[in-house]
Design a protein around this ligand. Structure first.
Ligand SMILES: Cc1cc2nc3c(=O)[nH]c(=O)nc-3n(C[C@H](O)[C@H](O)[C@H](O)COP(=O)(O)O)c2cc1C
Length: 456
């Protein structure tokens, strides 16, 4: 490694739940609805001096063959309500919520985030996602109104509208004057007039300027348009690129886009979502990782994941048997609906023939194959080995830190907090105490002035 000063690692905790990582069959698995689960994870993250806690969002439970997708049956509560409650039981931890820009209105989202930023004294973050699918849209008055190619244009316009609202209070200093009574130093607070594209809104915003000025902005899409949106407007990216090689390529690509927007590489943090498995030895950790992977991919889940590629009902197949002889159905995707379906494979026939070749070569059952081809744990080993790998990842510019996705609710972060964080602190690459009050401080982002916000 070069003699550059060591980069500080940013760490965040992803609340487990509706995803393919969470293990529900483990006796230690708890509720994802009880407030105590959110409190446990948040307090663990804060005790370990993490930057923030992160909530994903799905506005409609995914379905497969017309039934709720197995891993979604637990459901999930509303983001703002959970984060507002967590603001009351934490002091420094950032609180990041995923809220989409397709089915909401700028005025209500700006009010909610400005309020969260006040209640938490400057710890709010907004992960702006652009899910557009008509299946989710059926929940809303405007269901299915947005074409896929327009999703980022709406997001850009949406974000600009909220920025005007966040900036509409140029100050919130109250002045007591004996003669004229109490008044605000800003004589015209909250006034906005925004008529751009889809948003034709005017009025008076009723939440005073919040401690951070506006929430920290995250972006999570991976397309060309998504990367450009992030480069122009986001403070951080939540990415899937969790291997060294893919991470470095993504990091270079996205950081390279910033100059066009007059921004420096430090102004956008790259944070992949990653998993980890610890053990007393590397071999034991590898064994645990395999057990966890098989818990994550039950026989039933293996069939469901195979159906997402095959686009057919495969419920009659034995997960411990061979792959179906029939080929995937090409064309409109009918088996899976919801966020799972947007991650569908672009070329099912090619992918299926690769899977067949792999299954033949290694004599794999359906379940073995799915374990093999779907995501695996990113960091496996002793606490010392994991700390070393995480540090190498950041110091060699594959990321600026990580959003850790534990596989257990709510205790999945405990061991990491107790055993890996102290080693990162010893290396001098992770804080031992919070230096600032706000999430912008934790992420090393400069404070915003009203004018800087308006210009960006
Ligand atoms: C790591 C990651 C996490 C995401 N999390 C969510 C989420 O919680 N809720 C959601 O509606 N979309 C989520 N998305 C979807 C994206 O925000 C976006 O809507 C979708 O990927 C389409 O954008 P793209 O074509 O630029 O990838 C996520 C995407 C990525 C890559």
């Amino acid at each position: 490694m070069s003699s550059k000063p060591l980069k500080q690692i940013h760490l965040a905790a992803h609340f487990p739940g509706v995803n393919n990582t969470t293990v529900w069959s483990d006796p230690a698995a708890g509720s994802q609805i009880d407030f105590s689960s959110f409190v446990h994870l948040a307090r663990t993250a804060e005790r370990a001096k993490f930057d923030f806690l992160f909530l994903a969002e799905g506005l409609r439970l995914r379905e497969q063959n017309g039934e709720i997708y197995d891993l979604d049956v637990v459901g999930r509560p509303d983001t703002f309500t959970v984060l507002a409650a967590l603001a009351a039981v934490t002091d420094r931890l950032g609180l990041a919520g995923t809220i989409n820009s397709t089915f909401n209105e700028p005025y209500e989202v700006a009010r909610q985030f400005a309020s969260l930023d006040h209640l938490s004294a400057g710890r709010a973050a907004w992960n702006v996602v652009t899910s557009w699918d008509a299946f989710t849209g059926e929940n809303f008055r405007r269901g299915g109104f947005l074409a896929q190619e327009d999703r980022y244009e709406r997001a850009r316009q949406f974000l600009n509208a909220t920025w005007e609202l966040f900036d509409s209070w140029r100050g919130n200093e109250i002045v007591a004057d004996k003669e004229s009574g109490v008044f605000l130093r800003d004589p015209n607070p909250g006034r906005f007039d925004h008529h751009v594209g889809e948003f034709d809104i005017s009025g008076r915003f009723d939440v005073p300027r919040s401690p951070q000025g506006r929430p920290v902005i995250f972006q999570a899409g991976d397309s060309e348009a998504g990367r450009e949106f992030a480069a122009s407007a986001a403070d951080a990216i939540f990415t899937r690129h969790g291997t060294l090689e893919a991470g470095r390529a993504f990091y270079g690509d996205v950081k390279g886009r910033l100059a066009r927007y007059g921004r420096s590489p430090d102004e956008l943090k790259i944070l992949p979502g990653v998993t980890f498995v610890l053990g007393e030895t590397d071999a034991e950790a590898q064994e645990r990782a395999l057990v966890i992977r098989r818990q994550q991919v039950s026989g039933q889940t293996a069939i469901k994941l195979l159906e997402q590629l095959w686009n057919r009902d495969l419920s009659a197949y034995d997960p411990d048997g061979p792959l179906p002889e029939v080929d995937p159905l090409v064309g409109e995707h009918t088996v899976a609906q919801g966020r799972a379906s947007v991650r569908m494979h672009r070329d099912p026939l090619t992918v299926a023939s690769e899977w067949r070749a792999l299954a033949d070569a290694k004599k794999l059952s359906i379940r073995d194959l799915i374990v093999e081809v779907t995501g695996r744990q990113s960091f496996i080993g002793t606490p010392a080995h994991v700390a070393e790998q995480l540090n190498e990842f950041v110091q060699t510019d594959a990321s600026d830190g990580f959003i850790l996705v534990p596989h257990l609710t709510p205790g999945g972060l405990d061991e990491f907090a107790d055993r890996v964080v102290p080693l990162l602190q010893e290396r001098g690459v992770f804080r031992t105490e919070y230096a600032g009050e706000t999430l912008r401080d934790h992420l090393g982002l400069a404070p915003l002035s009203v004018r800087a916000a308006a210009a960006s």
